[in-house]
Design a protein around this ligand. Structure first.
Ligand code: PXP
Length: 240
């Protein structure tokens, strides 16, 4: 089974556009779970243009499935996560004002830093996933620094998928195999949508979780959030 974690950053972005509390992010998280989401993901960035640091305590209280906080482990981010421990923390090497994440960790170059951060998160009982490119060396490096899981960055897959699905998925098969062999759990995310998700799910083995935001929230404008979650769950069903 592959869990669907809904990234609600774009809902916060909409709320922040007017300065009030519409849409209500906390209620939206609750509703996603009621409609079948198996996790809620947020990515608080330093400029807080999406989810704000102040949203985290209430989200931590209401999310009953799996709460996943992702982000660059700056001192402020770590303080936040350690104070309101989620089920999972996904570490992402994104710059402060980056539009969106566009690469994974070099787990070899940043090994000492990652090892120290992961140890602090583990002390609070938080599962740690490292966002990495689909490269077996980076996956093995993640295992060496003590990560529990990797999240494969699926942007390159999504971009190549319309032209050549088999070539697009190939590096992910190797990375998934490497994760399985070294005992790491496997997540994936970025640019996944209703077109490219079924093929990824069918062909990438051992996939525990996908986190999806931009396309899913965009689809919800047309289908409504309850239907959209159902459609994504259908896309994640194993082929009979
Ligand atoms: N995983 C990570 C690490 C991300 O930074 C993001 C975007 O916030 C996602 C997954 C979800 O990507 P998308 O919004 O394209 O579904």
């Amino acid at each position: 089974m592959t869990r669907l974690s809904v990234n609600i950053n774009k809902v916060a972005l909409l709320r922040n556009a007017r300065g009030g509390n519409l849409p209500d992010l906390i209620q939206f998280a609750r509703d996603c779970e009621a409609y079948g989401a198996e996790g809620i993901t947020v990515h608080p960035r330093p400029d807080q243009r999406h989810v704000r640091y102040s949203d985290i305590p209430a989200l931590r209280e209401v999310v009953t499935t799996e709460f996943n906080i992702e982000g660059n482990p700056t001192p402020e981010f770590l303080e936040l996560v350690l104070a309101h421990p989620p089920h999972q923390c996904t570490l992402v090497p994104d710059a402060a004002h980056q539009l969106t994440s566009d690469h994974g960790w070099d787990t070899l170059e940043h090994a000492d830093f990652l090892r120290a951060v992961i140890a602090r998160l583990h002390d609070r009982g938080i599962r740690v996933s490292l966002f990495v490119d689909a490269d077996p060396r980076m996956v093995e490096g993640a295992q060496a620094v003590g990560a529990d899981r990797v999240e494969l960055y699926t942007g390159p897959y999504a971009h190549q998928f319309p032209d050549d699905p088999a070539a697009a998925i190939a590096p992910y098969l190797a990375a998934a195999q490497a994760a399985h062999q070294c005992g790491l759990g496997l997540n994936a995310g970025h640019d996944l949508n209703l077109d490219n998700l079924p093929y990824f799910r069918q062909h990438c083995p051992h996939l525990l979780e996908v986190s999806i935001g931009h396309a899913l929230i965009s689809d919800a404008l047309y289908f409504g959030i309850a239907n959209t979650i159902r459609l994504y769950q259908k896309a994640l069903q194993p082929k009979k």
